[in-house]
Write a protein that binds this ligand. Structure first.
Ligand SMILES: NC(=O)C1=CN([C@@H]2O[C@H](COP(=O)(O)OP(=O)(O)OC[C@H]3O[C@@H](n4cnc5c(N)ncnc54)[C@H](O)[C@@H]3O)[C@@H](O)[C@H]2O)C=CC1
Ligand SMILES: O=C(CO)COP(=O)(O)O
Length: 382
C-alpha cells in the first residue's frame, strides 16, 4: 500500500496548497471562481497533492493519457514505453506524437523503456497494454514487482483462450492479493481527456480502501473518479460495450439511421446486463459509468477504434483488411469469441454479439444485422 494515507497532509507549505487540502479540489476551484479547467488551477492542485510516485505501463493512447491525468492530479508519474524512441520523445519533448498528436504532456512526466527504472519507488502501478499481451508483460513484471503495491487495470478486454478478465489475469500472473487489484473504467475516450475535457470514471476493487486510494490519485480538476466494489460489473461493462460499439459501427457503415442505432444500443445494454449479472455483477453497475456511460461514449464517437472497425466492416471491408487498417488496439475484435463462449457457459443469449461474430467471420452480410435483435421471430418480453 501507499507509504502515505490519502488523509495525511501533503508535504508542502504553500498557502494556496493548504487551502486546497482544506476545501478539496472542487472547493478550491469554486473559490478561484473558475468555470473551466485552467493551467493555473491544475498547477495549484498539483502543488496541493500528496505527490505519490506511480508507474504507468503502456505508452499507447490510453496509458499516456492516464499518465497525464495522474500527473495533473499531482502524482509523480513514470511511464513505461515498449519503444525507446517513444520514451525519449515523452521525456525530452513532452509529446507522444504517434498516439496523442498535438497534445502537450506535463513537463514532470518522464518515460523509460526500462521497466525496472519506471517501477523504482512506485507506490501504485497502472497497466494499459493490449489485453492479449498482458500475460506476457506481467511475466516480465513479476520478478521486480514491489511488495504490497496496488495494481490497476486500465484495459477493456478479456483474454482469448481463457476468457479471463484483466484483473483475473493480474491476480493469477502476479500472485497478489485481489484486494490490491483495482480496475478503472467509464466513458473515457483518450483524446478528449488528453484535451482536459471534463470526464468521470469509476475505480473498482473488492477492497473499498484500495478503490478509494486509487480514485483519489486518479482525480484532478477535469477528471473525477468514483468508486465501487463491483469489479465484475465494472470490468465486463468495459469489455461488452466494445462489442456493441462494433455493431453500431457496422450499421453506421451500412448507412442505417438513428432508430437502428438506438435499437441496438438499448437492446445491447440489456444483453450486457444479462451477461454480467449471470457472472455475479450488480445490474446498477451496468446502468452506471462503466456500462451505459461508456456505451454512449463509445457508440457515438468517431474516436472509438471499435466503432471505427465496425464502420469499415459495414462499408464492406473484410475482417483482415480492417485489422490491417487499424494501427491502434480495437479490443472488441478479439473479445467476441471468448465472450460468446462465456455466455454459452451461463446460458445467456447474446444475439447482437453473435451477429457481430458472424459479420467478422464473413458469414453474415452487414446489411442483415439490424432486424435480428432477438434469437427467434416470436415476440418476446422487452
Ligand atoms: N484509447 C482509449 O480511449 C481507451 C483505451 N482503453 C483500453 O486501454 C487499453 C490499451 O489501449 P490503448 O492505449 O488505447 O491502445 P493503443 O493501441 O493506443 O496502445 C497500445 C500500447 O501497447 C503497446 N503494445 C503493443 N504490443 C505490446 C506488447 N506485446 N507488449 C507491450 N506493449 C505492447 C503499444 O506499443 C502501445 O504503446 C485497451 O485495453 C483499451 O481498451 C480504455 C479506455 C480508453
Ligand atoms: O474505452 C474507450 C472509451 O471509454 C475507448 O474505446 P475504443 O477502444 O473503441 O477506442
Amino acid at each position: 500500500m501507499s507509504k502515505r494515507s490519502s488523509r495525511e497532509p501533503a508535504p508542502t507549505g504553500d498557502g494556496t496548497a493548504k487551502a486546497a487540502r482544506a476545501s478539496g479540489i472542487a472547493g478550491l476551484l469554486e473559490r478561484l471562481g473558475r468555470g473551466s479547467v485552467t493551467t493555473e488551477a491544475i498547477t495549484i492542485v498539483q502543488a496541493a497533492s500528496l505527490e505519490r510516485r506511480v508507474a504507468v505501463l503502456g505508452a499507447g493512447s490510453w496509458g499516456t493519457t492516464f499518465a497525464k491525468v495522474l500527473a495533473e492530479g499531482g502524482a509523480d508519474v513514470s511511464l513505461w514505453a515498449r519503444r525507446p524512441e517513444i520514451a525519449r520523445e515523452v521525456t525530452e519533448t513532452h509529446r507522444n506524437s504517434d498516439y496523442l498528436p498535438g497534445i502537450n504532456l506535463p513537463i514532470s512526466l518522464t518515460s523509460s523503456s526500462r521497466i525496472e527504472q519506471v517501477l523504482d519507488g512506485a507506490e501504485q502501478i497502472y497497466v494499459s497494454v493490449p489485453s492479449q499481451t498482458l500475460r506476457q508483460n506481467l511475466a516480465d513484471l513479476r520478478p521486480i514487482l514491489p511488495a504490497g503495491v496496488p495494481v490497476v487495470s486500465l484495459m477493456k478486454g478479456v483474454e482469448k483462450g481463457t476468457g479471463l478478465r484483466m484483473s483475473e489475469v493480474i491476480v493469477q500472473e502476479l500472485g497478489i492479493d485481489p484486494a490490491l487489484v483495482a480496475v478503472a473504467s467509464g466513458p473515457n475516450l483518450a483524446l478528449e481527456i488528453a484535451k482536459r475535457q471534463p470526464t468521470a470514471a469509476v475505480v473498482s476493487s473488492e477492497s473499498l480502501e484500495t478503490a478509494t486510494l486509487v480514485a483519489a490519485t486518479a482525480t484532478n480538476p477535469y477528471f473525477r473518479s468514483f468508486v465501487n466494489t463491483d469489479v465484475i460489473g465494472t470490468e465486463f461493462g468495459g469489455v461488452l460495450k466494445n462489442l456493441i460499439a462494433v455493431a453500431i459501427g457496422i450499421v453506421d457503415g451500412v448507412g442505417y439511421g438513428e432508430n437502428t442505432k438506438a435499437s441496438i444500443l438499448t437492446r445491447g445494454l440489456a444483453e450486457m446486463t444479462s451477461f454480467a449479472v449471470s457472472f455475479g455483477a450488480k445490474p446498477e453497475t451496468l446502468a452506471g459509468l462503466a456500462g451505459l456511460g461508456d456505451l454512449i461514449a463509445t457508440c457515438q464517437s468517431p474516436l472509438s477504434r471499435n466503432n471505427t472497425a465496425g464502420r469499415l466492416l459495414g462499408q464492406g471491408y473484410r475482417f483482415d483488411d480492417v485489422v490491417r487498417q487499424m494501427n491502434q488496439t480495437a479490443e472488441g475484435l478479439a473479445s467476441v469469441a471468448p465472450i460468446l463462449e462465456l455466455a454459452k457457459s451461463r446460458g445467456v443469449d447474446m444475439p447482437i454479439v453473435q451477429q457481430v461474430a458472424e459479420v467478422l467471420a464473413g458469414t453474415l452480410d452487414p446489411r442483415d444485422i439490424a432486424p435480428h435483435l432477438t434469437e427467434t421471430d416470436e415476440p418476446q418480453g422487452e
